[in-house]
Design a protein around this ligand. Structure first.
Ligand code: PLP
Ligand code: CA
Length: 310
């Protein structure tokens, strides 16, 4: 494949790139909105995209955030003025994890889950039996949590965003994984969630590393950059990778997944990653770093407006 060059999309090139696409996959936080504020012009951009060309574009939403249900995303899209979306257009790592376990668990098997209410809702919707959501009792300090009975049906440990993560949960996760014949899956590896003003909170990746370290094995990753996320989209909709654009603000999740799946990749600078990082990857001789270079970039997805209005 030709080397990626991270060209700025101008009106004419944007028109050509959009004409070659039937579907556009959007990362959410940092692309469509930041926190509770829509990126200026983003709602109008999506409304025009959905109506563009003779057939319009299929829009899908692809997010590593496991702390919101698909339904919550459709409500947020609506609240911020984006075109109405159905839950099946939303591919969150909670829903995709549920989809994965519904296929990967043996009959009668259940999952021990480090995660919150949204993850539990999506697991339930997919018919995946599970336990562990909510705070766990601290381990019995004399026995390091090793005495409490384990659930006989657990055949998987799933790690997601868990505000109640604790040493007690880590003990339980390890005990399940030590029994053998137990899958280890995680929603995503994002290690930091940036806050306004340069601050950040630890992301799910920190919890995944803790469980992996204890268990001495690697988790199967559901979310971006895992190709599994795109497989979920492609199994739900008739999508041609060569005619699909992935729009994201992170090189190591959104852009890497898009490049690995043969999508056209578009970086927007309203979120985490910068052009300086792209420059570093382009100048590097390391093939792994080259995979982080997008085909195109814009300052904001609202930069697509002139091409859509013309
Ligand atoms: N995980 C959590 C818990 C989050 O809150 C967020 C963003 O808000 C993310 C992951 C990253 O989400 P996205 O893939 O939409 O950027
Ligand atoms: Ca993002």
């Amino acid at each position: 494949a030709a080397e990626k060059r991270c060209e700025r999309l101008e009106e004419a090139s944007a028109r050509a790139v959009l004409a070659g696409a039937d579907a556009v996959l959007f990362d959410c936080d940092g692309v469509l909105w930041r926190g509770e504020a829509a990126v200026p012009g983003a709602p109008e951009t999506l409304r025009l995209l959905e109506a563009a060309g003779p057939e319009g574009k299929r829009l899908c939403y692809v997010t590593n955030n496991s702390s919101r249900t698909r339904l919550a995303y459709t409500e947020k899209l609506k609240r911020l003025g984006f075109p109405p979306a159905a839950p099946r257009q939303v591919f969150g790592s909670a829903h995709c994890a549920a989809r994965y376990l519904s296929h990967a668990l043996p009959p009668g098997g259940s999952a021990y889950v480090l995660g919150g209410a949204a993850l539990s809702t999506e697991l339930q919707a997919a018919g995946v039996a599970h336990l562990g959501v909510g705070p766990a009792p601290p381990p019995d300090s004399a026995h390091f949590g090793s005495r409490a009975p384990l659930d006989a049906d657990v055949r998987a440990v799933l790690v997601g965003y868990d505000e109640h993560f604790s040493y007690g949960k880590l003990c339980l996760a390890l005990r399940y994984l030590l029994r053998g014949d137990c899958l280890l899956a995680a929603t995503n590896r994002d290690h930091r969630l940036p806050l306004e003003g340069g601050s950040a909170v630890p992301g799910t990746g920190c919890l995944v590393k803790a469980v992996e370290t204890a268990a001495e094995r690697e988790a199967f990753i559901i979310g971006k950059p895992s190709q599994y996320m795109f497989e979920c989209v492609a199994s739900e909709f008739d999508i041609d990778p060569a005619r699909t654009i992935m729009v994201g603000d992170r090189l190591d999740t959104d852009i890497l997944m898009g490049n690995n799946c043969g999508l056209t990749t578009l970086l927007t600078l309203t979120g985490v990653s910068t052009l300086e990082e792209v420059q570093g990857h382009m100048e590097s001789d390391c093939p792994e770093r080259k995979k982080l270079v997008p085909d195109y970039y814009v300052d904001s997805i609202a930069d697509l407006l002139p091409a859509l209005k013309a």
